[in-house]
Write a protein that binds this ligand. Structure first.
Ligand code: ADP
Ligand code: ZN
Ligand code: ZN
Length: 728
């Protein structure tokens, strides 16, 4: 035993663990993986450093030996190690667990880190006099266009089964075969680039000019203004320069459409990383990126941790989207991590959105982000007209107003498509007995059960509890149970009754669970023909449906009165994104918003002045009230089955924190959360706020160790959330 290796293992304890090794100190490199026994089970650890073994100290006798060395050289690049170290410090999360989030499953589970290979074909210089079969000729002709070779898969995708033909060509010396890295996506027929508008060109030039330095850009471009075209153009330039590009997109069914546009324009090796991609392909994608063999990586949140040996640019599409913040485990924000990485790598970051977050607009105000704008719709499409409709006049059951139904009728008979948004899935949010007042409530949450008629169940959207839909009141056996309010299912059903000739498509989490379900719906809708789409917010994001001319938004009022400090920001973003869904093509669009508060100043500001001005106003309000992004917040949350335990624990945490003499950080609470009971656990939170970031982090640095070792900590689930998205 000649060295002691310091290893990050997946554990809630905030420290490295030491193991003994027979290898010399010089063998060990940061970023190798090893198999070790930790707390009685086998796990994979990441080597952080190693030191000379000193004499036979007693303390060393207790150390275990490393069980197996998985990598002979460092697998995880230094820059990723540094990023994860930063993430672990900033989010006050144990390092070993931070690696769990940052690495693809197969890599963190210790699978062999070698690229899968496949046969690739190359044309030789040799020419033959012999007459070749037509399939053989086709293969040769195709290879002619690809001096850098083509994979067997690529040949097969275009020409069908080619193995016999390729064998024959190989025997004649016309082609040769090599084993090369398997690329996850085939190459597409390329289409010609569009002529960029002057505005688009200016944006491209501004970013391109700063390509050699860390420069964060916020691209504020109204929906349909051609942001994606700008991304494509910049990506193309970066690839020509031999650089890699990382594009982050929100966590939704958008990937297919988005990736396809890049595939059609770039002769590049593109890797896609999201939850629909198999573990094997994710590992392959990660290894391709690490080897510099992936030119363009398009992925959701966790793709921000992809290795980039020759980085050129990071693009964050829909930068305001809340799915960039992970809401459990390591609660990181991918935009923040991307900025930190780009700074280290010395490259620009382009954050695009039609509705930038107040966080990013604040950074612009502080001159930390550079603002770029696209103010016209590409191809001359016009923005739709927006009207408010008083929802008090709406139908008491399904909640649709006469006015909205009339407009639907007229848009549909003109052969156009209509989208209705309602942010509630299921049939109805309330089931009640008229005789005794019984209501369907969740056993484990402070919440009502939602009626899902299609599946004949009551469903709790907070904890997932499912019960059979009762025929009679469980308390008084009355048969007349009545549902109130409307969700996507009820509205779908009513519309199908009202417009029997028009197909109604429902898009919510219940109808899109199957892989590709979302893409299939998108394809169906894009085929044109009159159709009605009823969906939750999932439909609002980024889709380009050319024949949608009318958009209706139901049930907007909860956004105006929510306890969540970001609720109005989110409502403004949602309405603006939704508005952007209408009239994307040549036809003019129209938007109807149903609200009980038609004269609320929020609407006047948003509809009258547009998102940019409304957002500035919301930001001024936040600044005035000293809320994020002006101040820095951290929440310590706890939950336990025992009613008072979470509160007791946080009380103790608060006392610990108060032991430090300081003025900068204000400690508020603990208080029970608004919905105290969820999934059978009682929840509470402690809020820490501070005008500047440093004292807040310092205070946590000083105390997290003691908090995690507190005796009550073991009895509840607890977490630290830095820069929380909400306090609900
Ligand atoms: P965004 O990403 O801002 O929503 P897109 O890049 O998707 O906008 O562009 C919206 C539509 O306009 C797309 O159909 C796109 O093909 C088209 N488009 C974008 N740029 C141009 C251009 N320079 N000339 C013509 N059409 C364009
Ligand atoms: Zn009853
Ligand atoms: Zn529940």
């Amino acid at each position: 035993m000649t060295s002691i290796v310091h290893i990050a293992v997946p554990s809630p304890l905030r420290q490295l663990f030491d193991y003994l090794s027979e290898k010399d100190v010089s063998f060990w490199q940061t970023g190798m993986r090893v198999k070790v026994n930790f707390a009685g089970r086998d796990c994979i650890g990441i080597v952080m450093s190693a030191s000379e073994r000193e004499t036979d100290k007693d303390s060393l006798k207790k150390l275990k030996a490393i069980d197996a060395i998985i990598d002979e050289t460092a697998l995880i690049p230094e820059e990723i190690i540094q990023t994860v170290l930063w993430v672990s410090r900033y989010y006050h999360h144990p390092l070993g667990e931070a690696f769990q989030t940052a690495l693809p499953k197969l890599i963190r589970n210790g699978a062999e880190a070698v690229l899968s290979l496949e046969p690739w074909w190359f044309k030789t210089e040799f020419v033959t006099e012999k007459k070749l079969g037509s399939k053989q000729q086709a293969c040769l002709a195709m290879l002619e266009d690809y001096p850098e070779g083509l994979s067997q898969t690529a040949l097969r995708n275009t020409l069908g089964n080619v193995s016999a033909s390729m064998k024959a060509l190989e025997n004649q010396g016309l082609v040769i075969q090599k084993q090369q890295a398997k690329l996850p996506l085939g190459r597409n027929e390329l289409t010609f680039p569009m002529q960029l508008s002057e505005e688009q060109q200016q944006v491209v030039d501004a970013v391109w000019q700063e390509r050699a330095a860390f420069t964060p850009f916020l691209l504020q471009g109204i929906t349909g203004s051609g942001k994606t075209e700008v991304y494509i153009e910049l990506t193309e330039r970066m690839l020509r320069d031999g650089k890699q590009v990382l594009i982050l997109i929100p966590e939704i069914g958008l990937t297919g459409q988005f990736v396809e546009r890049f595939q059609k324009r770039l002769d590049a090796s593109i890797v896609v990383l999201n939850s629909a991609v198999s573990d094997g392909d994710r590992k392959q994608g990660w290894l391709l990126a690490r080897a510099g063999l992936a030119d363009l990586i398009i992925g959701t949140r966790s793709a921000v941790f992809t290795p980039l040996p020759s980085p050129g640019l990071v693009i964050i599409d829909e930068e305001h989207d809340s799915s960039y913040k992970q809401q459990d485990g390591l609660r990181y924000h991918a935009r923040h991590v991307a900025l930190v990485r780009a700074q280290k790598m010395g490259i620009p970051v382009l954050m695009g959105s039609a509705t930038p977050s107040l966080d990013s607009l604040y950074q612009v105000q502080q001159n930390r982000f550079q603002l770029l704008q696209l103010s016209e719709r590409a191809g001359g499409a016009r923005l739709p007209a927006v009207h408010l409709v008083d929802s008090q006049a709406a139908h008491p059951d399904h909640g649709l107003s006469e006015q909205l139904l009339k407009r639907m009728q007229s848009h549909l008979s003109a052969g156009n498509q209509v989208i209705l948004f309602i942010n509630r899935r299921g049939y109805a949010p309330v089931l009640m007995c008229h005789d005794c007042g019984w209501q369907a409530k969740c056993r484990d949450c402070d919440a009502r059960m939602v009626v899902h008629r299609h599946r004949q169940i009551l469903f709790c959207h907070h904890c997932g509890l499912i019960q059979r839909l009762p025929d009679s009141c469980p308390d008084c056996e009355n048969m007349q149970l009545k549902s109130y309010g409307a969700g996507t299912e009820k509205i779908e059903q009513h519309l199908q009754d009202l417009f029997p000739e028009t197909p109604v498509i429902r898009v919510d989490r219940d109808t899109t669970q199957r892989v590709n379900a979302f893409n299939d719906i998108v394809t169906e809708v894009r085929q044109g023909q009159a159709r009605i789409l009823v969906g939750t917010q999932m439909l609002a994001k980024g889709h380009d449906f050319h024949d949608v001319t009318l958009v209706g938004v139901l049930d907007t009022d909860q956004g105006l009165y929510s306890a969540d400090f970001r609720a109005t920001e989110n409502l403004a973003q949602m309405i603006t994104q939704v508005t952007g869904r209408a009239g994307r093509g040549e036809k003019a669009g129209e938007v109807l918003i149903q609200t009980e508060q038609t004269s609320h100043p929020f609407w006047r500001s948003l509809i009258g002045d547009g998102y940019a001005k409304a957002a500035q106003r919301l930001l001024s309000e936040r600044i005035e009230m000293g809320m994020p992004p002006v101040s820095n917040w951290a929440v310590i949350r706890a939950e336990a089955r025992d009613r008072s335990l979470a509160m007791d624990f946080l009380q103790q945490v608060s006392q610990l924190l108060h032991q430090t003499e300081q003025q900068e950080v204000i400690i508020l609470g603990p208080v029970p959360t608004i919905m105290e009971k969820k999934g059978g656990r009682y929840r509470a939170q402690l809020l820490l706020t501070s005008a500047s970031r440093k004292p807040l982090h310092q205070l946590l640095d000083w105390h997290t160790e003691a908090i995690s070792r507190h005796k009550l900590a073991r009895k509840c689930r607890w977490s630290i959330d830095i820069d929380p998205m909400d306090l609900i």
